[in-house]
Design a protein around this ligand. Structure first.
Ligand code: PEP
Ligand code: MG
Length: 576
């Protein structure tokens, strides 16, 4: 038994067998062979060579007529390399000598060859080293695929990943995360990623415990290992002994009991001790999650992330398909739904979408939508059409300057005109709001507040951009800090701006769903919180135990405190 630690996601505990995914270009696992396994490992290597050869032969035999003529000789060279006795015998010798697995032996063989080619200093011969490396990767791919890895394009989960398994991968995209839920995977671990990446947010919403940024996980863990994942503490127990397993089973029970206790608050009002009413709303990513709104007795959906409709599929959903879906979400929620327009780009890409040089700073969200009106307009039309069926609100992500708002308003006016001409029903007074998640918008929140019907603070991006930390980069996770004075001041500034302009301000970033911050936000005057449904009752509990009138003064003091240690102490005292 051993334990691994990194950033935890979600409050739960999962127990299950690991399924390690190896994708091209990632770390190759290395492990010692059990005694007596050397000959069978050499045979495994030989069979992988044979399969790689057969695959290449097949490709060469089925080449279409129109491929460039150098392709066939190129494949011929790779086949010759594969057939070279030394290519098989040298790694086989490494397996015998070092008693390690075939994939790792190939890795060491590749490193030896690479060194040799580099020392030759002959441009023609060193050019051939790329062929050798590709051949070795092909054989490694055969070995890894046999061990349960996905197809060679590296996309998606393996077809037979089963319910209850714990996925261990280099990284998972938000699109993969949606797939995890469909397959009822019980938890996941990734080498990379941060706790407020969209993948992590999805996991939290889907109540899938996870650990992210666990460097080396795919190297240390093997498919079939028994794992305990503690999402709250970010701990993975690997092959636990019976007492440890029993202790975690007891903890899992306790967490379940706690959730059942919180259930008694479902129908209770979200009101502070001194009678201040607070609106609690839910964030959703998938249409079926809208039912959580009624299930948690929330006031509505404060953030519907529509970009997930555009992932895991070929092509874009058209206007009619989107209309059906938004209508369905409104029907399931039975309360107001804030439909956020596409926030594609960054770490959320539709199939075929291009990767920007700096994704978080690139053409993302409203920038992408205004750039691609052909994609954006059907969404706006669909939202307006759905507004005839229930209380919808339109929310634009990542607004940064007034020109964007002006363009958006012009487009909305155009859409209303066209819908009127087409004889479609819609609510022309559908509220239009904006997310405040770029520091520029938070600093000038008063200017934005005068143009919009409501504001919603997206702390995930606001913190990312204010503190200059990429939210998906595990190397700078430790800098993620909702209590940074600049972040707190930007939040306060936005809440005040909304109040002065007489429009509602909510918060829909992860900070709103963390009960450790509830009192600070109440003290700043926030009265609308939108969060993943799993966090709602815990936040409601904290609200019901808080005296809002007594929070203003200590929170104002926190905003002026220069000492981070003192600030943390004050935050802890506030929660006592
Ligand atoms: C945010 O940035 O806080 C937010 C709610 O939006 P997303 O996490 O989808 O970027
Ligand atoms: Mg955001």
């Amino acid at each position: 038994m051993f334990t691994l630690h990194a950033s935890g996601v979600g409050g739960g505990i999962a127990i299950g067998r690991a399924r390690v995914l190896h994708r091209p270009g990632q770390e190759i696992p290395e492990y010692a062979l059990e005694p007596g396994r050397v000959d069978s490992e050499v045979a495994r290597l030989r069979e992988a060579f044979a399969r790689a050869r057969a695959a290449l032969e097949k490709i060469r035999g089925e080449l279409p007529d129109d491929v460039p003529e150098e392709v066939a000789p190129f494949l011929g060279i790779q086949l010759m390399i594969l057939e070279d006795r030394a290519m098989l015998e040298n790694p086989a010798e490494i397996i015998r000598e070092r008693r390690i697995n075939a994939e790792a032996a190939l890795d060491r063989h590749a490193a030896n060859l690479d060194k040799f080619f580099r020392e030759m200093r002959d441009p023609y011969l060193s050019g051939k080293s790329a062929d050798v490396a590709q051949v070795i990767q092909r054989v490694q791919g055969e070995l890894l695929e046999e061990a349960g890895a996905p197809a060679a394009d590296g996309a998606g989960l393996p077809g037979d990943a089963a319910a209850g398994e714990i996925i261990v991968a280099d990284d998972l995209t938000p699109a993969d995360a949606v797939e995890l839920k469909r397959r009822r995977i019980s938890a996941f671990i990734t080498n990379l990623g941060g706790p407020i990446s969209h993948t992590a947010i999805l996991a939290r919403g889907m109540r899938i415990p996870a650990i992210v940024g666990m460097r080396g996980a795919t190297r240390w863990l093997r498919s079939g290992d028994l794992l305990v994942i503690d999402g709250r503490r970010g701990v993975a127990l690997v092959n636990p002994d019976a007492p440890a397993l029993a202790a975690y089973e007891r903890r899992r029970e306790k967490i379940l009991r706690r959730a059942q206790e919180l259930d008694s608050l479902r129908d209770a009002e979200a009101v502070t001790l001194d009678g201040e009413e607070v609106s609690l709303l839910v964030n959703i990513e998938l249409p079926e999650e809208a039912a959580e709104c009624a299930a948690q007795n929330a006031r509505g959906v404060g953030l519907y992330r529509t970009e997930f409709l555009f992932m895991n599929r070929e092509g874009m959903p058209g206007e009619d398909e989107q209309f059906e879906i938004y209508a369905d979400v409104l029907a399931r929620a039975r309360r107001p739904v804030t439909i956020r327009t596409l926030d594609l780009g960054g770490d959320k890409r539709a199939r075929g979408g291009h990767a920007a040089a700096s994704p978080a700073l690139g053409r993302r969200a409203i920038r992408l939508s205004l750039h691609d009106v052909g994609m954006f307009k059907p969404q706006l039309r669909a939202i307006y059409r759905a507004s005839a069926l229930g209380p919808a609100r339109i929310m634009a992500p990542m607004v940064t300057n007034m020109e964007e708002l002006n363009q958006l308003f012009a487009l909305l006016a155009e859409v209303r005109l066209e819908l009127g001409r087409d004889g479609c029903d819609f609510n022309p007074h559908t509220p239009v709001g904006g997310m405040i998640e770029v520091p520029a918008a938070a600093v000038a929140a008063d200017l934005f507040a005068h143009k919009l019907d409501f504001l919603s603070i997206g702390t995930n991006d606001l913190i990312q951009y204010t503190l200059a930390i990429d939210r998906v980069d595990d190397e700078v996770n430790y800098l993620y800090d909702p209590l940074h004075p600049s972040v707190l001041r930007l939040i306060k500034n936005t809440i005040d701006a909304g109040k002065n302009a007489g429009i509602p301000v909510s918060m829909c970033g992860e900070m709103a769903g963390d009960s450790a911050y509830t009192r600070i936000l109440l003290g700043m005057g926030l009265r609308e919180f939108s969060m993943d449904p799993a966090s709602l009752l815990e936040v409601k509990r904290q609200i019901r135990l808080s005296d809002a009138a007594k929070l203003g003064r200590p929170v104002a003091e926190m905003l002026r405190t220069p000492d981070p240690e003192r600030l943390r102490q004050m935050a802890a005292d506030l929660n006592r």
